[in-house]
Design a protein around this ligand. Structure first.
Ligand code: HH2
Length: 276
């Protein structure tokens, strides 16, 4: 008899490395390039399957960052990580110039919260780069998106938008098997009325036939559900959301707390495996 039952596949864990001075969850702790590299190293050691590097905060009300600034923040960091690890690197940017520079430096995934809508050449740049792309749903734009989000059927509308963007990407020449979808928790969504039905209805998004990335880590809806817990006290809620994602068949979760999330997903997979 084997000591442990076969574990079922678990979602991959994408660890967040912020190279911004104003990200909501860590207050810009990783703006210093050496600190960002140290954080990346730590996430790799903790079991991150992918690193997601961001140089422009998308928090509601955040000020835009110039492409040159993003490139100055991202490229040395990517090169430094690449010099010591083969971990897949994703870049969280809406700018084709930044995506291009990042891919040249060794990244392989373009994570675009605008689903390749920000610039007129976003779609064709993604096709030309041949990288994987994450197409995320957002209603409105970061500065104003939380003002008055509206949906009749949030899951249906998010799903329809994601399929429309996937088709646009494919028509522009992006290979179908390079496309990820992301429901965009917190992006133009009411904290409770929209984020929760979306998490509850995730299976309808994973059923669309593309790998799905879920980003719920430390987001405001967790604080809204738990006595206004601050961002650094939302680990339990973040893990609960990651497990809900796993149950709905997401391919990856984007998280701050890699060690704890990997552990939770491993235990979940082992329990599922034991269920036979
Ligand atoms: N959430 C944030 C940023 N990028 N990308 C994807 N694909 N999905 C997400 O849910 C997502 C994302 C949140 O942004 P920010 O305010 O910068 O905070 P942090 O990067 O610390 O999560």
């Amino acid at each position: 008899m084997s000591a442990s039952p076969p574990a079922i596949a678990r979602p991959r864990v994408m660890g967040i490395v912020n190279a911004t001075p104003d990200s909501f969850s860590d207050g810009g702790l990783h703006l210093d390039p050496a600190a960002a590299l140290a954080h990346a190293r730590r996430l790799i050691a903790e079991g991150a399957d992918i690193l997601d590097l961001g140089a422009e905060s998308t928090r509601p009300g955040a000020e835009p960052v110039a492409a040159e600034t993003e490139i100055e923040r991202l490229v040395p960091l990517i090169e430094a990580i690449r010099a010591e690890s083969g971990v897949p690197i994703s870049v969280d940017t809406m700018k084709p110039q930044a995506a291009r520079a990042a891919m040249a430096a060794g990244a392989s995934i373009w994570n675009d919260v605008t689903a390749l809508r920000h610039a007129p050449d976003s779609l064709e740049t993604a096709a030309e780069l041949g990288c994987e792309v994450v197409l995320m749903h957002m209603q409105g734009e970061p500065r104003t998106m939380q003002a008055e989000p509206r949906y009749d059927d949030v899951v249906g509308e998010v799903g329809a938008f994601l399929i429309e963007r996937a088709e646009a990407a494919i028509a522009a020449g992006v290979a179908r098997d390079r496309i990820w979808l992301d429901p965009g928790i917190g992006f133009g969504k009411h904290m409770i009325r929209h984020n929760l039905p979306l998490l509850a209805g995730l299976r309808r998004i994973t059923d669309l036939g593309f790998p799905v990335l879920l980003g719920a880590s430390r987001k405001s809806f967790i604080g809204a559900l738990d006595n206004r817990a601050p961002a650094d006290r939302r680990l339990g809620g973040s893990i609960a959301a990651a497990l809900a994602g796993a149950a709905a068949g997401v391919a990856a979760v984007r998280v701050h707390d890699v060690f704890e999330t990997v552990q939770a997903l491993k235990v979940r997979a082992a329990i599922e495996g034991a269920a036979g």
